[in-house]
Design a protein around this ligand. Structure first.
Ligand SMILES: CC(C)(COP(=O)(O)OP(=O)(O)OC[C@H]1O[C@@H](n2cnc3c(N)ncnc32)[C@H](O)[C@@H]1OP(=O)(O)O)[C@@H](O)C(=O)NCCC(=O)NCCS
Length: 319
């Protein structure tokens, strides 16, 4: 039996910061309101000439270095993103070229909004388990600042730019224990971008959201995915060492942590430092906790995400 295992992590946040004080100058809001409702203190914003693929490449280089893998040995690149550089080529193809991977192995994007990293990880895991790839680069990367309406105070305070990456390789032992991905397209009106290439207004498109309704759906759906993941593996809550959640909102994260019966110190939280970076947020949080020594080899992690689509999913990982 072939499994896949994570052998390196990396992340990248652009230099430019956008603090709650900056938003106080821009819209009718306060630092206190933002911190209480979201837990966010600061976001990173890509420079004018910095594209999603640049963020992705920076995170990928760090993951490759940590894994001690040279780009030429990567035989699959998957990028989870909602903010690709261009409609085409895919950001994964651009990343493949920028990293100098010239072995004609597959590279493609996965569009599942905030669940993008879980979808990408699930896809790469299946490629490796099927013997169709040996060493995969799985990236979540976003420049959400490019689709944010900074006059819409009900959601502009949430979003940030960033990227995270993992290197997965074939292994005789798991690794990725299981992945679970879902979608329900009936809720598009609650969270969407109000334009795109086919609608003919792509350049002005921005995110729109009914925050309250999304919040409730997210909490309930993530509760259910925790149950589903544990049941599928015959595991108890107490078998989980770490929750590595999508970093959308501290209150959603806390609700899932509570559901798992985990103390706050076993829940990785980085949302305060970069806001909601959609597909980038799980690998950003994961890399942070690996590099600061909290997450150790042999521990069991539950990753989960919920996002536009709606899409949602989880990955149970032995690190
Ligand atoms: C967006 C979100 C923070 C708003 O918080 P909330 O508690 O639901 O707030 P509400 O939308 O009910 O608004 C409460 C009040 O705050 C006001 N408000 C909205 N945005 C504000 C802002 N930036 N600053 C200050 N006040 C604001 C509203 O106008 C409203 O005022 P009213 O009571 O006078 O009408 C919250 O709904 C949320 O986090 N939702 C989930 C978002 C998410 O994570 N989406 C991505 C999933 S991947």
């Amino acid at each position: 039996m072939i499994y896949s295992r994570i052998i390196g992590t990396g992340s990248y946040l652009p230099e430019q910061l956008m603090t709650n004080a900056d938003f106080e100058k821009l819209i009718d809001t306060t630092d206190q309101w933002i911190v209480e409702r979201t837990g966010i203190k600061v976001r990173h914003v890509a420079a004018e000439n910095e594209l999603t693929s640049d963020l992705a490449v920076a995170a990928a280089r760090r993951a490759l270095e940590a894994a001690n893998v040279v780009p030429a040995n990567i035989d699959l690149v998957i990028v989870g993103t909602t903010t690709p550089d261009r409609v085409f080529p895919s950001t994964a193809c651009i990343v493949q070229a920028k990293l100098g991977i010239a072995n004609a192995s597959p590279a493609f994007d996965v569009q599942a909004v905030c669940s993008g990293f879980i979808y990408a990880l699930a896809t790469a895991n299946n490629f490796i388990k099927a013997g169709q790839a040996r060493t995969a680069l799985v990236i979540g990367a976003e420049t959400l600042s490019r689709i944010t309406d900074y006059t819409d105070r009900t959601n502009c305070i949430l979003w940030g730019d960033g990227a995270g990456a993992v290197v997965l390789t074939a292994s005789e032992e798991p690794g990725i224990i299981s992945t679970h991905i879902h979608a329900d397209g009936r809720y598009q009106d609650l969270l969407y971008v109000d334009g795109g290439p086919s609608m003919g207004n792509g350049e002005k498109a921005a995110m729109r959201m009914q925050g309250n309704a999304v919040f409730k759906m997210a909490v309930n759906t993530l509760d259910a995915i925790v149950d589903e993941t544990l049941a599928a593996n015959g595991m108890e809550k107490s078998d989980i060492d770490w929750l590595v959640p999508h970093q959308a909102n501290i209150r959603i994260i806390q609700a899932t942590g509570k559901k798992l019966g985990l103390p706050p110190e076993r829940v990785v939280v980085t949302v305060d430092q970069h806001g909601n970076t959609s597909a980038a947020s799980i690998p950003l949080a994961f890399d942070t906790a690996v590099r600061d020594g909290r997450i150790k080899r042999g521990q069991t992690l539950l990753m989960e995400a919920f996002g536009g689509g709606f899409t949602w999913g989880s990955a149970l990982v032995k690190y």
